[in-house]
Write a protein that binds this ligand. Sequence first.
Ligand SMILES: Nc1ncnc2c1ncn2[C@@H]1O[C@H](COP(=O)(O)OP(=O)(O)OP(=O)(O)O)[C@@H](O)[C@H]1O
Ligand SMILES: [Mg+2]
Length: 454
Amino acid sequence: MPKHRILVIDDEPLMREYVEEAMVRAGHGVDMAGGGEEGVAVFDAKRHDVVITDLRMTPMDGLEVLRRVLAIDPAALVIIMTAYGTIETAVAALKQGAADYLLKPFAPDAVEVAVSRALERSRLAAENRFLRDELRAGQAGTLVGDSAPMREVFAQIKRVADSRATVLIRGETGTGKELAAQAIHQTGARRDKPFIKVNCAALSAGILESELFGHERGAFTGAHERKIGRFELADGGSLMLDEVSEIGVELQSKLLRALQEREFERVGGTQTIPVDTRIIATSNRDLEKAVEKGVFREDLFFRLHVITITLPPLRERREDIPALMDHFLARSNRENGRNVRGFTEETRKLFLDYEWPGNVRELQNAVERAVVLSTDAMLTPEHFQLNASPASRQDNGLVPGMTVAEAEKRLILRTLAHCGDNRTRAAAMLGISVRTLRNKLKEYGMQHRFSDAV
Ligand SMILES: Nc1ncnc2c1ncn2[C@@H]1O[C@H](COP(=O)(O)OP(=O)(O)OP(=O)(O)O)[C@@H](O)[C@H]1O
Ligand SMILES: [Mg+2]
């Protein structure tokens, strides 16, 4: 078996045979053509790994051969042979996509070196493309869903991806806001630049400010080193401001300026730093109400609100439920080395009827948990704890005689448990701010028990 298939195009028989001999000696299989027209036709039929063509030929010259071959296969490797006087044309050929050129006269070894270099480079390029695609797929996960509302979301993502306009993604907890933010970044022109996240709800105001904008050495006690903020780290790429509603009013004005002017100063710094950072903000809270109450700046709201993508709750797109079930089943099987085959009809019906207050995240957790714990081939309703209808769950744990404060405490603790102790999510589900939740936990003397897992 020849190593690679090479096509040699030259109108001079002696030159053609010289290159042929070198290639055959290197173990390649060779086809030959005495002119451009014939060469392009042979390539079209057989798609050689490498085309080596003379530059100066009539009527079709090497540049035209290059163009036609690339039109047939944009990834084709074309090496141009050229004499000293035409080196500028050879450079032009490189710009138009030639893999390399050979300056005549050349030794047989030089042809082999050029060919293997071209092949190696294209292999690396393909490998990089593959790794990058795989990385992208792995990081972002796929937004599953084919319902009309999800198709509209996909269309919006595509429409905004290439601009650098600020995007606000809204939706209840667990509807896929973070996945959508990643999809915007990875679909757009900035995909090879950084995608940086910051959870605005998880950090106190002071720490959040220096996380976002960085600080100079000595800016405050403990600032031993200069720190580059996430706005700067995301330069050229995208910055996701998760739970943007939780930013304190003071920091909101600094954020507004950074959005408007695309520049800011580090904490304790005087130097103005220009950035080209695309902002993708998410919120699961009623921002309009926050504006009304004066806890969220109206001008910042308008600045963020220009392009808004709203992810619909799962109960409003139940037709996506079967596909999501299958998606998470396959993934949980793969990740846990399980081989659960599917869901019984009853289970499918249960899933379709359930309200899913925690949306896709709740469905995902339910499936993952069942896959890990089940020893059966099929998942039945008994593998899940969704059986209770929303009405019967409401009075769960509530008894007459109990104070409202006690009921509130039970609800808060149960919601926290439901959210895997994640305060941000629990607060969202409860419809209160993280700060309020934190204060409640302090009241119960339980402030240390719950993480702020991001
Ligand atoms: N359409 C979807 N297809 C596949 N997976 C999804 C989809 N929507 C959400 N998920 C998964 O559900 C989980 C929650 O999604 P995500 O973190 O994007 O939600 P969110 O809207 O940011 O929630 P929160 O407001 O609580 O932060 C993630 O594991 C995500 O991968
Ligand atoms: Mg989120």
